[in-house]
Design a binder for this molecule. Structure first.
Ligand code: CP
Ligand code: NVA
Length: 339
């Protein structure tokens, strides 16, 4: 399998076999790290991490992954470069592509990561845009494989904003890898019909199913995985909170939702998660909306504290797997296949 020089911008660009390969490589790199086996196989290479939005996991995963592979790393934060303010994305791509061997981009627009990919001349990796978050899906699927030993046939419920970057990407990943994906949300938060149709087409070859429901209990009945994400994503205006809480508070993942799933079900979340008042936003939402919407009065939004702390929750294993999978993406796209 040769993925050298490829961009990693959306899972739509990758075949089932290529995704399987990336997951196998991730598992190997994880085992090597656990066994204390060094894999500094890309010395003399350098990567740059371009972040227009904040990050904990994605940034650290790219940094540690690159260092473990023996590479140099530069981090450019939301205020650290000329991009967008004084320099176009296209010019930035052509400058950075001459200095670096690979570029990670987290930003507002999918078209920007695509522009970078077209003009950089080196692999470009999507670390989240408004539309997609493909590296997260690799970590999620590695975690599911570690638990259930397979992806094919897994019953997967995504509860919440199903047309955000996570909803879109999990649906695509499920279609590619043969999962039974159900999006659970009010209709106005389902993905664009064109993307659903594209996934249904892919599913014909993989045995996946893609369905949607507005009914939380119907959508989570006997599933293997319950997944949720924040109700308001980075880059959305503060004003949408009011409407989004009204739409999604009935979809909070609480213990009754988790008990409705299979006995062996796991709970997943890409993180960061709002499950209490110990964040600025959680405390603010509790104080602004708690009287009207009792579900959020403790700062618990998409998931309750009890669920995230329960033995069925695998969110921190999932977070760790960001590093192993991102390392695999960098290695696969940068290493010389013939070496
Ligand atoms: N899950 C995820 O992408 O987290 P960060 O925003 O911390 O990178
Ligand atoms: N949908 C979330 C994912 C964060 C990892 C966001 O874009 O903010």
């Amino acid at each position: 399998m040769n993925l050298q020089h490829r961009n990693f911008i959306t899972l739509l660009d990758f075949t089932t076999k290529e995704i399987e390969y990336l997951l196998e490589l991730s598992a190997t790199l994880k085992q090597e790290k656990y066994d204390g086996i060094e894999h500094k196989v890309l010395p003399n290479k350098n990567v740059v991490l371009l972040f227009q939005k904040d990050s904990t996991r994605t940034r650290c995963a790219f940094e540690v992954g690159a260092l473990d592979l023996g590479m140099g790393v530069t981090y450019l934060g939301p205020n650290g470069s000329q991009m967008n303010k004084k320099e176009s994305v296209k010019d930035t791509a052509r400058v950075l592509g001459r200095m670096y061997d690979g570029i990670e981009f987290r930003g507002y627009k999918q078209e920007h990561v695509e522009l970078l990919g077209e003009h950089a001349g080196v692999p470009v990796w999507n670390g989240l845009t408004d539309q997609y978050h493909p590296t997260q899906i690799l970590a999620d699927f590695l975690t599911i494989q570690e638990h259930f030993g397979r992806l094919q046939g897994i019953k997967f419920a995504y509860v919440g904003d199903s047309r955000n970057n996570m909803g879109n990407s999990l649906m695509i990943g499920s279609a590619k890898m043969g999962l039974h994906f159900t999006g659970v949300a009010p209709k106005e938060l389902w993905p664009e019909q064109a993307l659903i149709d594209q996934c249904l087409e892919i599913a014909k070859d993989t045995g996946a199913t893609i369905t949607f429901t507005e009914d939380k209990m119907e959508g989570t009945k006997d599933v293997d995985v319950i997944y949720t994400d924040v109700w308001v994503s980075m880059g959305e205006p503060k004003e949408v909170w009011n409407e989004r809480i009204a739409q999604l508070s009935p979809y909070q993942v609480d213990m009754s939702t988790l008990k409705n799933a299979s006995d062996k079900a796991i709970f997943m979340h890409c993180l960061p998660a709002f499950h209490g008042k110990d964040t600025d936003v959680g405390a603010q939402i509790a104080s602004d909306f708690g009287d009207v919407y009792p579900t959020v009065k403790n700062g618990e939004m998409e998931v309750t504290d009890e669920v995230i702390e329960s033995p069925q929750s695998v969110v921190f294993q999932e977070a760790e797997n960001r590093m192993h999978t991102i390392k695999a993406v960098m290695l696969a796209t940068l290493r010389d296949h013939h070496e």
